[in-house]
Design a protein. Structure first.
Length: 357
């Protein structure tokens, strides 16, 4: 979810990064990996993806404590054919693994025009927009997908039993100005948002779920056991066949290529990951690519707005504006996030940063 709560207490972004890194290190994660994980989480909040920012940190810490998130070791190379690389992530930190995969895919894209890294048994990788920004600002195109084999909260279109995870797709597109950042789930909403709203006793903005009988509802409580409701695919009750098709595509490129996914036993939280980096210079050049995307961007922004609307934004435009604002004025964190993180801060003996006045 991309959101911002101006009434929430704000924290200095650099101090949040330092704080999150210290918590992860106290939990046993090496410093470089802790920095990468903290950096991606804090940037998730900076970009407005507050269900996939520091809200995830307490869960990551609990996963380290239980041994479900491995902090040491390296991914195992399963296959390396030059432009294509396959890893077993061994449940190592997802953000650290994904950043390493992007480095490899980018290096290979500079050589071959495109580079692909597929990862089986990664841990959770957080929001996708932070990765997209990094790659696009380097003049490359990113296609990033992830699926959580242990999660089955999204029903296939026409069904009532969960099969898929929200399974996001991230795209980073370089332009002559700010990059375009696509970060969308193949379901109409996410587990992070529905879980938060269920805990707070709140409703969704629209009937994005169905209950056990297939009746549309805006009440996230239908997802909480013993209830057995599900999230609708992207497109909802009217056009959910489109999100269903995208879910199948993500499964093929993540779990299918990884040879590990929903058919395998086990309920450990994590993901399979597909990273593809494309170098426009290998085709007709970066400048012509940017010229085409700049024209598209201009045509979108100049498009007449709908009645009562504020006009057309490009994907990532609001998030990048929030990022600039957050770096200057602080990152707002919902009280529930602060409370959960503060509990771990007390447990691990790391001082909680003070909110900005």
């Amino acid at each position: 979810m991309n959101s911002s709560n101006p009434s929430a207490p704000a924290y200095d972004a650099a101090l949040l990064l330092q704080f999150a890194q210290q918590l992860l290190q106290r939990a046993g994660m090496p410093a470089d990996r802790a920095h990468d994980v903290a950096d991606i989480l804090v940037e998730g909040d900076l970009l407005g993806h507050d269900t996939h920012g520091l809200q995830l940190l307490p869960t990551y810490l609990a996963e380290i404590e239980s041994g479900s998130l491995a902090v040491n070791g390296d991914p195992e190379v399963l296959s390396d054919l030059g432009a294509v690389l396959a890893w077993d992530g061994k449940r190592l930190p997802g953000p650290w693994l994904t950043l390493r995969a992007i480095e490899e895919a980018s290096r290979r894209a500079r050589r071959f025009g495109a580079g692909i890294v597929n990862i089986r048994r990664s841990h959770h990788i957080a929001a996708l927009a932070p990765y997209a920004r990094r790659v696009a600002e380097d003049g490359l195109v990113l296609l990033l997908m992830t699926s959580a084999p242990a999660a089955g909260t999204v029903a296939p279109f026409g069904g009532t039993r969960g099969v898929f995870s929200p399974s996001p797709i991230g795209v980073g597109i370089p332009t002559g100005q700010e990059p375009m950042l696509v970060d969308v789930s193949t379901s109409i909403t996410t587990n992070g948002l529905t879980g938060r709203l269920a805990r707070e006793g709140r409703k969704l903005p629209a009937p994005w779920l169905i209950d056990e009988r297939g009746v549309p509802t805006d009440d996230p409580a239908v997802l909480v056991p013993p209830r057995a409701g599900t999230i609708l695919p992207l497109g909802g009750v009217d056009a959910g066949h489109k999100g269903y098709g995208l879910s199948l595509m993500v499964e093929a490129l993540t779990a299918g290529l990884a040879g590990q996914g929903r058919s395998d036993p086990g309920q450990r939280w994590g993901g399979t990951v597909f990273v593809q980096v494309i170098d426009p210079a290998a085709f007709n050049g970066l400048q012509p690519f940017q010229q085409q995307m700049d024209w598209i961007a201009g045509a979108c922004r100049a498009n007449p707005p709908v009645q009562g609307g504020a006009g057309v934004r490009l994907p990532g435009e609001r998030g990048l504006a929030l990022r600039r604002q957050g770096r200057q004025q602080g990152v707002p964190l919902a009280p529930g996030i602060v409370d959960a993180v503060a509990a771990w801060a007390g447990k691990l003996g790391v001082p909680m940063p003070a909110a900005l006045a």
